[in-house]
Design a protein around this ligand. Sequence first.
Ligand code: ATP
Ligand code: MG
Length: 744
Amino acid sequence: MDYLDRLNDMQRLAAVHTEGPLLILAGAGSGKTSTMTCRIAYLIQEKGVSPYNILAVTFTNKAAKEMRDRVEQLVGSGLNMWILTFHSACLRILRSHADVLGYGRDFAVYDPADQKTLVKNICKDLQIDTKKFNPAYFLSIISKCKEERITPKDYPREYGTDFREEMIHKVYDAYETQLHKNNAMDFDDLLLNAVRVFEQDEAVLLKYRNRFRYIMVDEYQDTNQIQYTFVRMLAEEHRNLCVVGDDDQCIYQWRGADIRNILEFEKDFPGTKVVKLDQNYRSTGNILEAAHSVISHNAARKPKKLWTEASGGSRITYFQAEDEREEANYIASEIHRLTAGSYTLEEGRKEGRKFSEFAILYRTNAQSRTFEEALSYRNIPYRVLGGLRYYDRKEIKDIMCYMRIVQNRADDLALVRIINEPKRGVGGKTIEKLQTLARVRGESLFDTLLDKDVVASLSAKAGQGIRELTEMILSFSEESGNMRVSDLYDGLLVRTGYMKMLEDQNTVESETRIENLMEFKSVIYDYEEEDKDLSLSDFMERIALLADVDNHDAGENAVVLMTLHSAKGLEFPFVFMPGMEDGLFPGWRAFDRPDGLEEERRLCYVGITRAKERLWMTSAQRRMLYGKIDYTRESQFMREIDPKLLEGDGVYQKKPSAGMFRDGARAPEAIRPFDQLKYARQMTKRNAEAMQQSAADSFAQGDRVSHPKFGEGEVLEASGKILRVRFADGDKKLAIGFAPLKKL
Ligand code: ATP
Ligand code: MG
């Protein structure tokens, strides 16, 4: 029982309060998760509760695994307890009882790719043009409906019956029918159907109610309505439900989390024992103060304050870099300094710290790139948690393959990767056949695709797709010598349909992909700035080196990089929070939703409270993000921190007018931050349009034209699509439709 001795009085009270509803509502690092773990051990060891009767749910696989490991350390392994995520708990239940809903038990679980195929087929049947209405569009609406429990039958009542809604209704209806017919469920169904089983078959509900006498939910503030119903149905009778959370850490409202679930828990379960923990064991005093000063700017919030026995510790270092590269170098050099052995512990020992004690927590994925480069440069091992390294991301690899094939048409590997991306109706089998043919003929795959007879032997759709692809690649590669790499990039993004594919999907994931692709423009601009005549092959050569730094030890002892969102529940001795700028954090999107800014502020609170020993907050006065250089303003969250808690370069530059923004939740319209991402997307389209626009103009010998790179010139010769133009620095051959040419 010594684990109980390690708890403080309030924590112990919560751990041994085993009967009846229990709400542990407490701030970050107060030991909520630890208490819950001890409570499980206590139930088993002291109360003689069988592990079979316990259900503990949390949000991520990582958190579930960590909790399982900690419980096993206390009570021994091999107990096969249900310590799971919501989805896996529901899946297990459905494996035994899906027949209630008319499913076979061996039902399939459709992943997003399967879902898309299904919707595509449905659209075909319903004669819906998927060029106008992307399958992903329907899927995101369907998912939202399932979350809100709006069935196809309810749909017209909820959303009306105009043309568009009627169409969505039909797709949704067919989708559900088909899933059922295929004996399949999607991810949303797992939660929803588990609840439905409980509703429709009382015997099953009673079975699980009887089994799960003790239910615990961590991070309860981020549950949505269906998760709430699931828990509530199971716990209604025995009422031994313990939920743990922190309303200040609710960061998933944009994905349907409902903060009311935790705030109204006492109402839902009368007689709830509420335990508030107010001692923080994680962070130093200064870190805690800073977190508090930020979060207390939220108007919609139950006041609470944490305290700690720990000393004040170091102040928070606030570093304002010139630009994002200096910011990344600064962070890398700090990590280098502290791991190299110059860090003095309080007892006066000098010791190098481990890389794994450092975390860099950023607001958007696209920020990771500069850190990855700065860390690689110093040979500091790193791991991108809950995500891929920048150059390993699918969209980055895809677009680089397009650039590779433009540069070198013999690059079969690159071609195979993008031949059906976006979809051109070229299936895996066809690709294999084409590759074999190319091998037999001893030529490149691209050359094989140029053979009209080969293309004619394919399906009409695939044939058409391949013709368009090869034509496009040929003309891009002919023109690549006369184009700036950045223009080529914009052109590729738009002409290949890649950008449109992502835009049509209109999901959180596809937005992230667009952000990453836009950030690639920063990479290109960086190189173009250094080398005005940067050619595609120069660029590809340098990028190949960068993209290939993965022979790092990415094992245990590595700096961790991740988004603030995925850092929830974790802790690190040293934390860096870069990008403390208005528009980035809080992100400009925050201003679109009424509670948006408050949710960003909670995210800031989550970030600060991940740090145990030291925290760095940094910003750049000039930032290139998504290829656009912008002068930034320090984040309003920085201004909300008491300057006494800060030290470093950034502090002295604080403007005296900072106080004018301390007006709580609402930011005045005037400080609405500049939307770099939107700008970058517009520029990409505009550039691509300018190129295409040139195709609409007719050029003749003697015309005056202008080109963004070569300036003004005169058309010497116009034959078909190719123009020969005399510019100040020589004659150029330019293809109409690929050169951003304007007739004057
Ligand atoms: P979060 O809100 O971030 O999820 P939490 O409330 O779940 O935080 P834990 O992760 O359980 O907090 O604990 C934070 C840290 O405090 C851990 O390192 C844990 O070991 C330590 N801790 C918790 N309770 C005590 C205690 N009574 N004595 C000493 N250390 C403790
Ligand atoms: Mg926790």
